[in-house]
Design a protein around this ligand. Structure first.
Ligand code: UD1
Length: 354
């Protein structure tokens, strides 16, 4: 059996690593790893391959940045040729990034089966590019691997045949469980006893040049109570650079995008995490660290229902008041969702090779 994995952007790498590893134990499976090049900075891409001990990609399309349409189209054009040469039986795609939907569309037009890892998630917010990517990829997939039962319910409502849908658990948590014993200690990282960890990169937040400076001002004020550590995505870095006259206190530490192990250590030891990322909502739920999601919706409701996540919206005063509550010791009761147990990728490999 020939399988081709498509990865392109940072959150794909930690999802593909355990699936690739699990499949490599199955005899008769040949695997090809294709990187679209959607993310290309060392800190957004190469470093993850090294840390996760993933083989270097066999193919790199090198598409780089562009508008949503340009990037999606460039991946489609590059991927069509690669697919014709590799001739896989199944293409495995991950998550909800432009690389995911672009490769799924090419497969559909070329008659190649698609397996979607992290299927069924819905924010019900069609203004998010990721929501379009999720909806289309799921419609085009033969195998839909869901991380939680809400995914199965969403797919059933959209008319997808039940026999294509498999509740397998969360592959991102597989990587977390696998790597956790090697995470650097608080002392080795020279981390303060208490701190707020911040990540922001969604266009709805960081491209809003009214909202972004207000958020940074709130974080700056708060940092006099508790330091703020903020690894900055390249998109956010560019937007912050455009804010003339912005002066952040030393208590707000802006870092380059963090490598995987370092970022896990930052999450594990944080007092509270403020984020608009999808994966961080899941990782904090597993780690039992309070998470405030600065969005109006989430495609990962189980992190709210069962985990440590609270959806605070884009309301800066609400973010601040929830930060104060956590700092004062307020903690949600929480548990780790079913099948977020470190073995999701093995279940995927068993189904694909059955
Ligand atoms: C993409 C995903 C998003 C995911 C995020 C994680 C889509 C639609 N979005 O968003 O779901 O949460 O990745 O990071 O696929 N850039 C660099 N270097 C890089 C990569 C990007 O400088 O290595 C800059 C470029 O200016 C680029 C911008 O960041 O235009 C945004 O990159 P892009 O891949 O378009 O989307 P992300 O915001 O990273």
């Amino acid at each position: 059996m020939d399988l081709l994995h498509v990865v392109g952007a940072r959150p794909n790498f930690m999802k593909a690593a355990p699936v690739h590893r699990a499949l490599s134990t199955h005899k008769g499976v040949r695997q090809t790893l294709l990187h679209t090049g959607q993310h290309y900075d060392v800190n957004m891409s190469d470093i993850f391959f090294q840390e996760l001990r993933m083989p270097a990609p066999d193919i790199n399309l090198g598409v780089g940045s562009g508008s949503q349409t340009q990037q999606t189209a460039a991946i489609m054009l590059g991927f069509e040729g690669a697919l014709a040469t590799a001739k896989p039986d199944v293409v495995v795609v991950y998550g909800d990034v432009n690389s995911t939907v672009a490769s799924a569309m090419v497969c559909a037009k070329s008659g190649v089966s698609v397996a979607h890892v992290e299927a069924g998630l819905r924010s019900f917010d069609r203004t998010m590019p990721e929501e379009t990517n999720r909806l289309l990829t799921d419609q085009l997939s033969e195998y839909l691997f869901t991380p939680s039962p809400d995914g199965n319910r969403n797919l059933e409502r959209e008319g997808i045949a039940k026999n294509k849908v498999h509740l397998v658990g969360n592959v991102m948590i597989d990587t977390l469980v696998h790597m956790l014993p090697n995470v650097p200690k608080r002392e080795a990282m020279k981390l303060p006893e208490n701190y707020v960890l911040v990540t922001l990169h969604r266009p709805a937040n960081v491209d809003d040049m009214d909202w972004l400076p207000k958020m940074l001002k709130m974080l700056s004020d708060f940092s006099h109570k508790m330091p703020v550590i903020f690894p900055v995505h390249p998109r956010t870095r560019k937007k912050i650079a455009e804010l003339s006259g912005l002066k952040l206190p030393e208590t707000v530490k802006l870092l380059d995008p963090a490598p995987y192990m370092e970022f896990l250590a930052l999450q594990k030891n944080a007092t509270v995490v403020v984020t608009d990322s999808g994966g961080v909502q899941e990782e904090t739920t597993y780690l039992g660290v309070p998470c405030l999601t600065v969005r109006d919706n989430t495609e990962r409701p189980i992190t709210i229902e069962e985990g440590t996540n609270i959806l605070v919206g884009r309301d800066i005063s609400r973010v601040e008041s929830e930060m104060n509550k956590v700092v004062a010791g307020g903690k949600k009761t929480h548990k780790v969702p079913h099948l977020w147990d470190g073995h999701a990728a093995e279940r995927i490999a068993a189904i694909l090779t059955a």
